[in-house]
Design a protein around this ligand. Structure first.
Ligand code: WTA
Length: 676
């Protein structure tokens, strides 16, 4: 026992102390590993020894080589995957349009499934799924392949083919993964709409991408009750003339209305289908999916990703960042309705032949220890979640994780927003038992895969920093006016200087907006919308959005989208929303609202407006505070001065620069507007 204890202690992740390290080394041996910055958490040696990338020296060499010739680097990665026909050129770059692996033919569904069937992975679990009520399903690579083929054949039987758009509005069931893999198999383009969104969100997205079919479920389990997904789809489809077919997967067993000729039960459709369906060789630049994300104007942006580059990016990053090993059970807690679920539940892990855990429900159902119970039950080794979830765990208390054996964990990750150092330390100590490195991964729907992140066996981590760019990725913090790098330690805009394979190829149907949003702020570079600082050790610290996007519990919400939802209420004349810091959700939405003449403010109306926004967009967009005010602060040109609203909402006595404000008396009125 004493021996075992010692071992654990030795492999604990140490905080580096500059003075404690140097050891004399014999001449002629490898150079000592570069010293970690003071205060950084050094990966445990036991971890590094077995990792894909074992040291900073190795990481630096990889990054240096990728910088010398990024195309060669990425081509080397892509070659690890299956191509029906080789590419003729790794990159064709006509800024801002990139084509990767030009002329190559591949199929991502093939790479996630068929590629493994001739190996020892054939009978390995591809997906281990746990339903909210506690039911468990395991699909081996062979079984998943059969399911995907059957459903691909079913889609074909409905007339869905290459290039057609398929909207997907499902809960977190294995059939959701099956659906997107089936689309990818036949070259149909999937567009997953998060199951927490409302009717209007489906309508907007289906209109924008002109989807031909929708795949849904009768319902989804959420905290013990049924979310009636099919009902929401029915309301949406009434306003979606492009939809020809609706496929309904039975999950919750609630009554649903089936529209004859249009609606089909999943189980009936696949019953007669063969369990083989050859994967269509697709051009590397063939569209894979469209995923909508909020922008600073009202309309969500259809982020467009293609096949070969996205496959290469998610494959490499899953392998290096999560340090995937064949025997791992890897669990990403995101919803497949977001990019994190696309890239790191389905495509990246399966392209690596990993075992990907999938959970259907809420983290606190039936009790706040559900996640820890799942980790213990399935012996999860790698756990990837969001800072907002971690803050909720902290609030619920350590007694919940402490009840469970978490010793299977070897690596932890976070994504979605900056993690505050206290939450990082809690995660490290209480969940990781100071044993597991933490990878704080920065990326976006637009980037397709992780861009800035520690490599767990190599990078010393500083709580709150996503650390350094991955090999093949070249970000910089620049000055807004000059586009030149700012000195270390100064804040600037985060840009990416060179194209990378999994980058978005555009905004669906709107090339002008694509250029305006991402390529006009800093000449020749991709602008991320984030502000950042790079410190003297080369570590990136992401500050947050500099545009009008608010991140609530890791979900991006455009201010304009929420404002237009508010204004669509008959009592509202004008609205301005801002993000205010919130302990639990990172940011919360505060709305300043002016009412139409004759409409009276009051608590009842506040509740009504909150419910209205939830109905229009979804519960995640619900403002936490609503303040009624006589007028909104505007510039002479009529732009709402959100900066001032932010100052007021955060209770600042000193309001920032008001020289451009048109009507000063508004400030006093705003301060009087009551909170709530
Ligand atoms: C934020 C999610 C700090 C950032 C994958 C980015 C982060 C936006 C981090 C993208 C992180 C994501 N540290 N901020 N590790 N990860 N963000 O498109 O502002 O939903 O621009 O993609 O989330 O959110 P999206």
């Amino acid at each position: 026992m004493a021996k075992a204890k010692k071992k654990v202690a030795k492999s604990k992740q140490g905080v580096s102390k500059k003075t404690a390290r140097p050891k004399p080394r014999p001449q002629g041996k490898k150079p000592p590993r570069p010293q970690a910055p003071a205060g950084a958490y050094v990966p445990p040696e036991t971890f590094s020894r077995r990792a894909h990338v074992k040291s900073m020296a190795e990481y630096e060499k990889l990054h240096r080589e990728s910088a010398k010739n990024p195309e060669k680097f990425w081509a080397g990665v892509a070659k690890e995957l299956h191509w029906f026909e080789p590419w003729t050129k790794a990159l064709e770059w006509k800024a801002p349009h990139a084509k990767w692996f030009v002329g190559g033919k591949t199929n991502l569904s093939y790479n996630c499934l068929d590629r493994h069937l001739s190996t020892h992975r054939r009978n390995k679990a591809a997906i281990v799924w746990e339903g909210e009520p506690g039911d468990v399903r395991t699909l081996t690579y062979q079984q998943l392949h059969s399911e995907v083929c059957r459903f691909a054949n079913a889609l074909k039987s409905l007339g869905v083919g290459k290039g057609d758009r398929v909207a997907v509005y499902m809960g977190m069931v294995p059939e959701l993964a099956v659906t997107i893999l089936a689309c990818a198999r036949i070259g149909a383009i999937h567009s997953v709409v998060f199951g927490g969104f409302s009717t209007n969100a489906i309508v907007d997205r289906v209109h924008d991408c002109q989807a031909k079919a929708i795949v849904t479920c009768d319902g989804a389990w959420r905290r013990g009750s049924v979310v009636p997904l099919k009902k929401t789809v029915d309301e949406a489809v009434e306003k979606c003339p492009t939809i020809e077919n609706v496929v309904v997967c039975r999950r919750t067993g609630n009554d649903v209305a089936m529209h004859p000729g249009r609606d089909h039960w999943w189980h009936e459709l696949v019953a007669g289908e063969k369990d083989t369906c050859p994967a269509t060789p697709l051009d590397s630049e063939h569209s894979l999916f469209i995923l909508y994300t909020s922008g600073s104007t009202g309309k969500p942006k259809g982020i467009h990703h293609t096949t070969g580059g996205y496959m290469t990016g998610t494959y490499l990053t899953s392998k290096l960042v999560f340090d995937l090993r064949d025997e791992d059970v890897y669990w990403c807690t995101a919803d497949i309705g977001w990019v994190t679920g696309h890239s790191y539940i389905v495509y990246g892990p399966l392209a690596n032949g990993a075992t990907s855990m999938m959970y259907e429900g809420a983290p606190n159902h039936p009790a706040p220890d559900r996640f820890w119970e799942i980790i213990e039950r399935h012996k999860v080794n790698v756990f990837y979640t969001a800072p907002t979830a971690i803050r909720a765990f902290i609030k619920w208390g350590e007694q919940h994780p402490n009840k469970h054996d978490l010793s299977s964990l070897r690596l932890l990750g976070t994504v979605g927003e900056p993690i505050n150092p206290e939450a990082w330390r809690w995660y490290h100590a209480v969940i990781g038992h100071k044993r597991c490195p933490i990878v704080d991964t920065w990326w976006q729907t637009e980037t397709g895969s992780i861009m800035i992140s520690p490599l767990p066996g190599a990078t010393p981590t500083k709580p709150g920093s996503a650390t350094m760019p991955l090999p093949g990725i070249f970000p910089e913090v620049v000055d807004k006016a000059t586009g030149k790098a700012v000195p270390d330690g100064e804040q600037g805009l985060l840009v990416v200087r060179k194209p990378w394979p999994s980058m978005l190829r555009g905004i669906w149907g709107d090339d002008k907006r694509f250029k305006d949003v991402y390529w006009s702020a800093v000449e020749g570079s991709y602008f991320t919308g984030d502000g950042a600082v790079k410190d003297a050790d080369g570590y990136f610290w992401i500050i947050g959005r500099v545009d009008d996007v608010i991140i609530v519990s890791g979900h991006n919400l455009g201010t304009a989208e929420v404002e237009s939802a508010l204004v669509s209420h008959p009592s509202v004349a004008e609205a301005a929303v801002i993000g205010v810091p919130d302990e639990m959700t990172g940011h919360a939405i505060a709305a300043f609202v002016t009412l139409k003449d004759g409409k009276a403010p009051g608590d009842a109306l506040k509740d009504e407006l909150k419910a209205h926004v939830a109905h229009e967009i979804g519960p995640i967009a619900k403002p936490k505070q609503i303040r009624f005010t006589g007028a909104l602060p505007k510039t002479r040109s009529g732009k709402i001065m959100r900066r001032l609203l932010r100052d007021i909402a955060s209770g600042k006595q000193q309001i920032g620069d008001t020289t451009t404000l048109e009507d000063y008396s508004i400030l006093a009125k705003l301060k009087e507007s009551d909170e709530g």
